[in-house]
Design a protein. Structure first.
Length: 270
């Protein structure tokens, strides 16, 4: 992360949060809100002793600024993610969360950071179509009450986005499990494996899936279960990297979106 990107992300924080903090500072009735915000930063993000918390806005702001200048590049992204989650919650800015994320996303794009905001996480994916596929799969699964699908996608994204210790093997597994979870819902077979569920969908003709596409995802399941040993962890022969995990997350998200559209067309309700 270069100095310009780090500075601009800090500027978003100051433009978004600081005016409200200053406004609160003028009234004795709202100064408690300032304390709540900084207490959250002290305890949950920086993990500092609360004994170091100061009474005034200016003093605490200086401490946060000084700390920000020293944190590592991945901690800057952690800081922005924290503000987009806990920060807007404490400030009662829930309705402004999207605006904050939009500001940060613009900076990431303009500075060619190589990262994008996806579902509250800053992920190393920048292609707009890929981002939209993942976001759509997360939103649709949530809207339809497909909690298993959403949970697996969330975990896959989280494992891929971990800037300190990404787990590509786990991310791939979770992406495939998301597809499997949806296929189980379609077939109403809660214990069916992905290949079995896809075969049943084809046999029953509830929804139309091209044979080649069905076979492709059956082979992906085989890749996860057997050749790579992803699920069972017995093989270290295949080295999995970011490209593998990203491809699987994007392609599985796209297939989930495809299946959701197909089920809607067939009148299938979850």
């Amino acid at each position: 992360m270069d100095k310009e990107l780090k500075n601009r992300l800090w500027n978003v924080y100051e433009m978004f949060f600081y005016p409200q903090l200053k406004a609160w500072g003028w009234s004795i009735y709202t100064r408690e809100n300032i304390t709540i915000f900084f207490t959250s930063l002290w305890d949950k993000f920086f993990k500092w002793s609360l004994n170091s918390l100061r009474d005034g806005l200016a003093q605490n702001a200086v401490l946060v600024k000084n700390a920000y200048t020293k944190i590592k590049w991945y901690e800057v992204y952690d800081f922005i993610e924290f503000l987009a989650d806990e920060g807007v919650e404490v400030m009662n800015f829930k309705k402004k969360r999207d605006k904050f994320v939009s500001y940060c996303s613009s900076v990431l794009e303009e500075e060619m950071a190589g990262y994008s905001f996806i579902n509250g996480l800053i992920a190393p994916i920048t292609d707009k179509i890929e981002v939209e596929e993942i976001q759509e799969a997360l939103e649709k699964s949530s809207e339809l009450g497909l909690e298993g699908v959403k949970t697996h996608l969330d975990t896959a994204l989280s494992m891929l986005s971990d800037r300190k210790k990404p787990n590509f093997r786990k991310s791939i597994d979770e992406s495939i499990l998301a597809v499997e979870s949806l296929c189980r819902k379609i077939t109403e077979k809660p214990k069916a494996k992905l290949g079995e569920a896809l075969n049943q969908i084809e046999r029953e003709g509830k929804i139309e899936i091209h044979t080649a596409l069905k076979q492709a995802y059956s082979k992906i399941y085989g890749f996860a279960s057997d050749a790579a040993g992803i699920r069972h962890g017995w093989s270290d022969e295949l080295t999995l990297d970011f490209a593998d995990a990203k491809y699987m997350l994007v392609s599985c998200s796209a297939f989930i979106n495809y299946l959701i559209l197909k089920t809607a067309k067939a009148g299938i309700k979850f």
